[in-house]
Write a protein that binds this ligand. Sequence first.
Ligand code: CLF
Ligand code: SF4
Length: 293
Amino acid sequence: LPDDIRRRVQDHPCYSEEAHHHFARMHAAVAPACNIQCHYCNRKYDCANESRPGVVSEVLTPEQAVRKTLVVAAAIPQMSVLGIAGPGDPLANPERVFATFRDLAAKAPDIKLCVSTNGLALPEHVDELARHNIEHVTITINCVDPDIGAQIYPWIFWQHRRVFGREAAAILIEQQQKGLEMLVARGILVKVNSVLIPGVNDRHLRDVSRIVKAKGAFLHNVMPLISAPEHGTFYGLSGQRGPTPAELQAVQDDCEGNMNMMRHCRQCRADAVGLLGEDRGAEFTREKIDAML
Ligand code: CLF
Ligand code: SF4
């Protein structure tokens, strides 16, 4: 890796397999609203584009989020990254997200800031992300074909109206690809998450991987659809199952020829705290933080 990229990934637990043994991240759940509907989301749970969909995170105000981050950073010295990944879409809540970033950058400038989005509102926010020195952005890209997208996204909210079906998917795909290109042009590292949905996009993710790599994405993370009943099912389509571990690995292997694959994702909660795979969120509830201060 070139030196400047190495410097940027060496303490980010998601962007470097090696770093995840040594560095922790926390998520601040400051983003409740969403601007699209994914079939795999029932809105009661965290955004499944980045997070574990079966859990409900406590939404914080930006002020509460900054306080929590400072408390966690003092308690967990390996905590290097503050990510915002839900419970809805961060860029559907831009005031809350950027207020959090602004305040945190002033109080704890060493903490890296990270954000994950479905991409619909990304192009209009790229400049502001760059101004806040965000060096890591994840876009969830499940397809590059609107016919496949129409099976994943029943609607989007776009320019003050609801748009449905293939037209909605085409707009979402266009915004995602444009956002990706704009981020790469500004030197921001982009990770692409794809939710593997058997029978819907399993054969298509190789094309997604090839295209996002060609546009300069740094890393591709193919995650399994979690469709156990307690996590919500594939809403609108009955009987949709998640992939088996073997199916997931086959698709990851298939994409690998095209680009760096992330294989250590733990599908974190929108309020996760700690090393990947470890969740210390219960130690830092709002009540406990209030009691500590
Ligand atoms: Fe969070 Fe995501 Fe940033 Fe990481 S998580 S916003 S890039 S700091 Fe990481 Fe968790 Fe997988 Fe996400 S393991 S769900 S990839
Ligand atoms: Fe749900 Fe996330 Fe999809 Fe929005 S982007 S509908 S919060 S899974």
